[in-house]
Design a protein around this ligand. Structure first.
Ligand code: URP
Ligand code: ZN
Ligand code: ZN
Ligand code: ZN
Length: 481
């Protein structure tokens, strides 16, 4: 009994391989992958898939919304849902209040993270890149928050191009990745004005206010500006192939551009926002869910590796109460209903059921999209997202044939609904192991509040600039001087 724990007889899945092997764990890490491994504790995994725990690199947990307080999902409830759905690592966000320094909200968010049960890190949101705020970025990145997040739409959060360039430059100097929400602010504003003037206010008109071209234009523009500054970026929540095609073109040209999509873009459609009454608001997120035909295009982009990541974009808006979907009443216009759907727990089950079970993606692609790629893109490669000696022993034991009806209770999050209520999925996690500890078994939480660890992310090659500058002039450096 060499190992603390041996997982025996399962089928190990990595981003490149599927093979029968035992996994030996020591000191919270994977120590061996091989045959006839024995441990002081043994888990029999015959008939189960042994996959890396999910890495959810876009997850709004305990995030403050300026003017509204913290969202409904804290790190404890968010961790519980993550583990219930096979996820062991999340990257959430540190907000920025306009006109204020980052340091206070950063300190408070770090404190909140200490209750996490899964391992976690943060992206730093920048909404107001003044000289003073940009001067805070080097220390924030050096503390391990090696990614910045910007919004190119939303009142109160959006950056104009000039501001976006300033953030890209700061990221380039510090070797940080930039995650971008790409939709055209003015186009949405103009369309919204016309829809409301015409009396078209129901949730379904949310999709009409931001059609695909609105997302495609800004994706193109974000990529072009990132190319100008020579900063690696990831385009968040790509809704359809038409948008992903902009990322494909950038990749073909050798640019450091990565793409993310989310289950809501292959498991929901715009028609879900056309449910009676207020129900439609439960599927409301930005970008908007598209149509069935777009789902097929997204699968193709995942297979081709144009879209590298499926994250949840878990967003903590209840249907009623404080800062909720109905905060402006049940007849609120789409303009006033907060955007975002919960999904940290349903992410893996939906991708497995819709993707693997239906033959659209293979098992290694499932692991690449849910664990290996997100870990690599955000500087956690080798440590998270893989089953190999030296990696943290974050493992999900997955029953590929188990049929489950999704309910909000099963997902164990704090948000009071799931847009997938009543949906049948095939494939379900029976045990989620975090750093060698069984943290969730058959829906029962076994790990303690506060046992998750902050993951400081150091410099890594993938986030380094290419060194391709127009005219050889390093404007990002000049901006600092
Ligand atoms: O509608 C969405 N996606 N809400 C969450 C915040 C964001 O834009 O990622
Ligand atoms: Zn976004
Ligand atoms: Zn988001
Ligand atoms: Zn609130």
């Amino acid at each position: 009994d060499d190992f603390d724990l041996a997982i025996r007889g399962g089928t190990v899945v990595t981003e490149t391989q599927v093979f029968r092997a035992d996994v030996g764990i020591r000191g919270g890490r994977i120590a061996a992958v091989g045959e006839n491994l024995a441990g002081r504790q043994t888990i029999e995994a015959d008939g189960l898939l042994v996959m890396p725990g999910g890495v959810d690199t876009h997850c709004h947990l305990d995030q403050v919304e300026p003017g509204m307080g913290y969202g409904a999902e804290d790190f404890v409830t968010g961790s519980r849902s993550a583990l219930a759905g096979g996820t062991t690592t999340a990257i959430s966000f540190v907000a920025q209040f306009k006109g204020e320094p980052i340091r206070d909200v950063l300190a408070e968010t770090l404190r909140r993270g200490e209750r996490s049960i899964i391992d976690y890190s943060f992206h730093q949101i920048v909404t107001d890149p003044t000289d003073a705020v940009l001067a805070e970025i080097p220390a924030i990145v050096a503390s391990g928050i090696r990614s910045l997040k910007v919004f190119l739409t939303y009142d109160g959060a959006r950056l104009d191009d000039r501001q976006f360039l300033r953030v890209l430059a700061a990221a380039r100097r510090e070797g940080a990745m930039v995650a971008v929400h790409c939709e055209n602010y003015d186009a949405i504003g103009w369309l919204t004005e016309q829809l409301l003037a015409a009396g078209l206010t129901a949730p379904k008109y949310h999709a009409w206010s931001r059609p695909k071209v609105v997302e495609r234009e800004t994706t193109y523009r974000a990529i072009a500006l990132a190319e100008l500054v020579d900063t690696p970026i990831q385009v968040f929540h790509v809704s359809c192939a038409e948008v992903a095609e902009e990322i494909a073109r950038a990749k073909r040209r050798g640019l450091k551009v990565w793409g993310e999509t989310c289950p809501q873009y292959f498991a929901l459609t715009a028609a879900d926002m056309d449910r009676p009454g207020f129900e439609g608001s439960k599927a409301m997120c930005s970008p908007a869910p598209r149509d069935e035909a777009d789902h097929e295009g997204l699968w193709e982009m995942m297979r081709q590796g144009v879209l590298d990541v499926v994250s949840s974009d878990h967003s903590a808006f209840n249907t009623t109460g404080h800062h909720a979907k109905d905060m402006h009443g049940r007849d609120a216009s789409f303009r006033d209903i907060p955007n975002g759907v919960p999904g940290v727990g349903s992410r893996l089950p939906l991708l497995f059921s819709e993707g693997v079970v239906k033959g659209r993606i293979d098992l290694p692609t499932f692991v690449a999209l849910t664990a290996a790629n997100p870990a690599r893109i955000y500087g956690l490669g080798g440590r998270k997202g893989t089953i190999a000696p030296g990696a943290d022993a974050d493992i999900v034991l997955w029953d590929p044939g188990k049929r489950v009806t999704l309910t909000n209770a099963l997902l164990q999050h704090a948000v009071d609904y799931t847009p997938y209520e009543g949906r049948e999925v095939t494939g379900w996690p029976v045990m989620t192991i975090r750093r060698g500890i069984p943290a969730m078994r058959e829906g029962k939480l076994l790990a303690e509040e506060g046992s998750g660890r902050f993951l400081p992310r150091g410099p890594y090659d993938l986030a380094r600039p290419l060194g391709r500058l127009a005219n050889g002039f390093d404007a990002a450096r000049a901006q600092l001087a």
